[in-house]
Design a binder for this molecule. Sequence first.
Ligand SMILES: *Cc1c(COP(=O)(O)O)cnc(C)c1O
Length: 462
Amino acid sequence: MSPQTHSTRQLIDWDRQYLWHPFTPMKPWCEDKDILIIARGEREFLFDTEGRRYIDGTSSIWCNVHGHCVPELDSAVKAQLDQIAHSSLLGLGNIPSILLAKRLVELVHACGLALDKVFYSDDGSTAVEVACKMAYQYWRNVASPTPGSDTRTRFIALGNAYHGDTLGAVSLGGIPIFHAAFKSLCFPVDFVSPPTQPDSLAQIERLLKANPHAYAGIIVEPLVLGAGGMIIYPPEILGQLRALADRYRTLLIFDEVMTGFGRTGTMFAAEQGRVTPDLLCLSKGLTAGYMPLGVTLTTRKIFDAFYADPRVNPEKTFFHGHTFTGHPLACAVALASLDLFDQTHLLVHVQRMSAILAKTLEKARKYPYVGDVRHLGLIGAIELVADKTSRTPFPSAWRVGGALCTKMRSLNLLMRPLADVIVIMPPLAIREENMRHLCDGVLNSLQWLPEIVAQKTREFPT
Ligand SMILES: *Cc1c(COP(=O)(O)O)cnc(C)c1O
């Protein structure tokens, strides 16, 4: 471990002077936020620069799988580093990206998903961009030369969806506070209600019926709308989406950036619906949360639509790529992570931790100001509301969820809410005693709500 060469105070000052944080109102951050700076990690723990230890309750924003500083993963990175850190996939191959592509195709096949080709990119947003561009170009590539024959250019997405922050992903995003400001920069997308609403699928069918040649694809986060508030819907919906896409001849895209790699209790959420999408986006857990890497998997059918002699059909090539596409260090750690999934029987462990989470959430349901609890695999969500019966939300300016999570630091828990939804998403490999500590801590912290609400009422007089 390298010694820490600067004081916490110095680092905080420099952070405020030089950094602009993501998704962060910088005024309160710079004025009064108690900045916590992480210095190191150890399995499910994070340590700050003062040496305080916390449970990583959000798995470092939903991506960490086996914990931090896992010896097997660290040595995989080091071993690759001894060979080469990076070389390009443009016109060249590299060993880890080949081995990982093979491994991923074998893995999805073993999970019952008929996907055959791996396209690399850098993160979740780019995995979605790739899926979206592939779907769009697929229809161009297969269109008959008759003008106006099949001009499928539009997408259907879900209200409250989150697919990332690049502009294509923002176009497909349905969270007003994140996306509304950019909509005039975006391509047009038709949004339907999330599948928790009874008429969601009927809305999709109406769109497909009204414009049978308009749609290039339907994109969804399968089973869980993540950043939209951990909104969970039943697996049967996936089969119904597949049937609609088939009936109206459009493509189905699953954004499993968050759900992929065990988070929902199965390796992929798609398995629970026994459905193969035409395009599958993966990122967060892919490298066990060690490094940025995205992949878009697709079928041979889509791949074949791009498979052409460039002297005859130069326009059929997929002209997309990033400098660090198929990064060897990231691919090496992803391979080591898949080994660990097997060796540690991680999915079995997830089921056990999931049962502990389920009990906690049922207890949480009874607390004042808890409007709903939601649970799937190792995702827990507690929705805080001003009025339990009517489920009236708190004024968003109160930031009740944020206040509660900040207070949980005194219990050595690092949490980050989605507005007023408290999210419990530790690394999948969290040990049982720490899972219990996390769950008990969250539950106990709900007792602080009346006090927080009273304080907010004083701070924001009506
Ligand atoms: C996090 C997330 C993304 C974006 O991934 P980045 O790596 O942050 O670009 C896309 N889709 C879903 C469902 C996500 O949870």
